[in-house]
Design a protein around this ligand. Sequence first.
Ligand code: PEP
Ligand code: MG
Length: 574
Amino acid sequence: MVKTIKGIAASDGIATAEAYLLVQPDLSFDKKSISDADAEVSRLKDAIATSDAELTKIRDVAKVSLGEDEAQVFDAHKMILADPEFTGAVEQEIKDQSVNAEQALDDVSKNFIAIFEGMTDNPYMQERAADVRDVTKRVMAHLLGVELPNPSLIDHEVIIIAHDLTPSDTAQLNKKYVKGFVTDIGGRTAHSAIMARSLELPAVVGTNTITGDVKDGQTVILDGLNGAAIIDPSDEDIKKYDKMAKDFSAQKAEWEKLKNEATVTADGKHFDIAANIGTPDDLEGVIANGAEGVGLYRTEFLYMQSEELPTEDDQFEAYKTVLEGMKGKPVVVRTMDIGGDKHLSYLPLPEEMNPFLGYRAIRISLDRQEIFRTQLRALLRASAFGQLRIMFPMIGTLAEFRSAKKIFEEEKAKLVEKGVEVSDHIQLGMMMEVPAAAILADQFAKEVDFFSIGTNDLIQYTMAADRGNEHVSYLYQPYNPSILRLVKHVIDSAHAEGKWAGMCGEAAGDNIMVPLLLGMGLDEYSMSATSVLRVRSLMKKLSTADLKELAERAVNESITNEDNKKLVESYINK
Ligand code: PEP
Ligand code: MG
């Protein structure tokens, strides 16, 4: 029977394929006393051998589809399986305690995990705890005769169905076969949704129930334009969505024609449309979509895709690749923004009640200065290869900005003294995403070179609504006059000091928001690369002269988000 599940449209596009449930199976077991230890050891050995064979297959596939680095983690898992200290201890536990293999495996692995996690002065060894946990899960599944999902082994077209996807899960999806994803939880500005947009992977999030609604192998149509998943579609549904997919492709082909054009409004004003990237690999999309720069390079992805803190040289190479690739166009690199929903397995952070309000971004950088200084040195060295701008995330006070700037100047001076070539024109700016800073934008504007407004966080902090929580997603209200007043104040403050203001939050690529931002005089618009041509096409039809008045009405007269949405819609459809 056809079922339509509604959710939040997180990434444009339509896809039809088989459902692939990426759901963790139940691995619970009962503790049993056994009398035949040899039989139990032999069950264990069988489960280990099957796990090892499975890991070999996964590693080989991962090497081809995801690359050598991503595949290495499976070698580490195979090493644990081959380590007599681990597997021998499980065998011994079966014999000594006369317990079933499941119980012995659980006891021994918990012990190993506790030992690794306790090595607080050795992040590399701490990281091994996660490997032991993964390997244990695999062997346990085989002991229990339960199948684990193995996304790396997917060899046909699927739509991933999951409760949630972390940014690193998303990064590992093989685009050749994964045609999109649908999740139970999440919001439009959660990082897995942002990554889906940069991978051009249709996605619907926050459905609440999809993992219970669909079975492995059922056909699913994913409608990333309207936020719906259609399970077991009828022939009519398939026809209707095929047409929608074709129309969407035709629309994209129209936008494509603007690829090599500058972004100029109907009254002849030029604006920069830049793209947001997570890794140097995303440059391909930036260039293919004709972006006029990179307005946000989320460098934390470099840290997240690595097994340990990336070295200065590794970082230098990545930044240099991006700067050279952009051929002199501006590149705004944001320093590491870890914390919130972005974690590093090798840099365990304290458990927090409110991670988005906790120890993250510049707060970590100023506290763990060795990490920050390494990143700044890599950036400074790379600055010789293009037009580098640096900004700091989550700045809430002037003291934070000043400290970050001082550390930057210190590292710069040291490199210059050593004779290293460093650009003298690096602009230093900040993300405007903490309301306290936005309110004081006039003060900050005297000290920064630019602002980039991070609406994803600015909205969640101003509206007090978690950006990843589908139950409060109605409070993601970019056109709410409270948000618009903050945005306007930031832009006006920058201009009063002769500085520029951009926006790199998702709202910068929003069809309703763009006319308002043009009316407020925003200088630079940075968005998912896949939105660039749509926004360029929109801007070509708009005239800034009319929009000034429209924005004033939105900021001063309207009361709600909805009022402003209607205001802009009626203007556009006029
Ligand atoms: C933002 O907060 O708007 C932003 C661009 O940064 P991030 O989404 O990485 O938090
Ligand atoms: Mg942010």
